[in-house]
Design a protein around this ligand. Structure first.
Ligand code: FAD
Length: 434
């Protein structure tokens, strides 16, 4: 293990998950973060909760409310869909810091003012109650979310603005709802203590927005749909505080260097419609400790580790962008309106899943996570799995696919334990192997 000091900028889910992972590998890690400046509520799925526990963020996961129904009014149809877990972001962010502190990781409450970096290390100027002055680090993890300064080239989706309205209603059952509109869509949530959230998402290029001092009035005139009145009842029209923020999808095309790495929203931020922001931020953060460990200890694998991180970030980004696109395309009442037109075709026309036959499977060398490091291995690649699969429940796939492609009648599966054979047969059938 090296004695490198790793500094993580930002204590959101991504920064917290990376810091815990590096701590487990024995690195000296500190986290610098300021608090979010506004109240927010977000919805996550069971899969994200599982991911938080898996990352060691137990207190953060426990801060989620019990599952509640999500009403969806989209394309003229109203239905109650899968359950969702509401996160009061202030409580969630507090719990993330508690998880870090419980693991013995120093969390410095401060704003990062400036950052000077070269190949030898980083000098970060801080400003805050816990620290003013400079802090030095050998390796830097950029996890300041959407507030991270952009670096290098990037890709942006249609410019999108979120207008978050918050107010206090009466205590009652918690829940959430989504509603499409001619010029955008709305997500609304109610917490058990009566706090109400209504967030309007608009297209920056085509929205007819008033000046800043008129925003609250503008939002109040929009908070009048039948669903809003049902959902918030007598409190729907109460005076609200308004916070405007960008929710444009962004992808960074350079997410690492020899001594730095971007994770979470700082690497790629998805459209909130996908409801997968925290999922993607955890995904990039969970792979990061192995990438960083490789960058620090295996000079011969620096490019491999960087390629691994970048390919996975870009793959996740396109997957969620296409999920969002297909959901936008389901709203057909205003397909020609600028908001919907711009989003129903972005980022491309490629389907989320590409059907392929067994003969299209290829074996290629690709970067993989092997224990705590990035390694290179033979993986099975298909049009639907361009990053390749190395193992399936502990079984290495490449030798099996290669043997079966050489001709039928091979007994390669017979060497496996019965349950592995059964699982492999199921996978092969799904790939079109007969
Ligand atoms: P963040 O959670 O943003 O954490 C970054 C941290 O860095 C923050 O604590 C911040 O205060 C700190 N920081 C920033 N700048 C500095 C600085 N200069 N100095 C020190 N500290 C700094 N995701 C979901 O899963 N479900 C949802 O319902 C959902 N709704 C969303 C709605 C909107 C409108 C938006 C914009 C996003 C939504 N998301 C949602 C996405 C989700 O919020 C993010 O994907 C997730 O929080 C990203 O995690 P992160 O750790 O990368 O960054």
């Amino acid at each position: 293990m090296t004695s490198a000091h790793i500094l993580v900028l930002g204590a959101g889910p991504a920064g917290a998950a990376v810091a815990l992972g590096l701590n487990r590998l024995g690195y000296r890690v500190s986290v610098v973060s300021e608090w979010r400046r506004f109240e927010a509520v977000e919805g996550i799925s069971q899969r994200v909760l599982d991911g938080l526990y898996h990352a060691g963020l137990r207190r953060a996961a426990d801060s989620a409310a019990a599952p509640s129904a999500r009403e969806v009014y989209w394309n003229g149809t109203r239905q109650t869909l899968n359950t969702e877990f509401l996160l009061d972001r202030r409580a969630f962010d507090h719990a993330l810091r508690q998880d870090l502190q419980a693991a013995g990781i120093a969390v410095i409450e401060a704003k990062v003012r400036t950052l000077v970096s070269d190949t030898q290390g980083h000098q970060v100027q801080l400003d805050g109650p816990d620290g003013t002055g400079m802090i030095a680090a050998d390796f830097l993890v950029e996890a300041r979310g959407r507030l991270a300064p952009l670096s290098g080239k990037g890709l942006r989706g249609p410019e999108t603005l979120g207008l978050l309205n918050t107010w206090q209603g009466a205590p009652g059952p918690h829940g959430s709802a989504v509603e499409s509109m001619e010029d955008g869509w709305v997500w609304m949530a109610r917490l058990a203590d009566g706090r109400c959230y209504w967030q309007l998402t608009l297209d920056v290029a085509s929205a007819e927005l008033p000046g800043k001092d008129q925003l609250a009035g503008f939002c109040a005139t929009r908070r009048t749909s039948a669903l809003v009145l049902d959902f918030f009842g007598a409190h729907a029209q109460q005076k609200a505080a308004v916070h405007a923020r960008t929710s444009t999808a962004t992808l960074c095309l350079e997410t690492s260097g020899g001594n730095w790495l971007r994770v979470g929203d700082a690497a790629m931020a998805v459209d909130p419609l996908s409801g997968n922001g925290i999922f993607q931020s955890l995904s990039s953060a969970l792979q990061a400790p192995a990438v960083i460990h490789t960058l620090l200890t295996r000079p011969d694998r620096v490019q491999l580790a960087q390629r691994f991180h970048q390919r996975r970030i870009e793959h996740l980004f396109h997957r969620f962008a296409r999920i969002g696109r297909d959901f936008y395309a389901m709203e057909q009442r205003w397909a020609e309106r600028p908001f919907w037109q711009a989003r129903r075709t972005w980022p491309d026309q490629q389907p989320i899943h590409v059907a392929s036959g067994f003969e299209q499977l290829r074996v290629e060398k690709a970067p993989v996570i092997n224990g705590d490091e990035i390694d290179e291995a033979d993986v099975v690649v298909s049009p639907d799995q361009p990053l390749g699969i190395w193992h399936l429940q502990g079984v290495e796939l490449a030798p099996i696919v290669q043997a079966l492609q050489q001709g039928p009648g091979t007994d390669v599966l017979n060497t496996l334990a019965p349950e592995q054979r059964h699982m492999l047969r199921g996978w092969l059938l799904a790939q079109g192997y007969r």
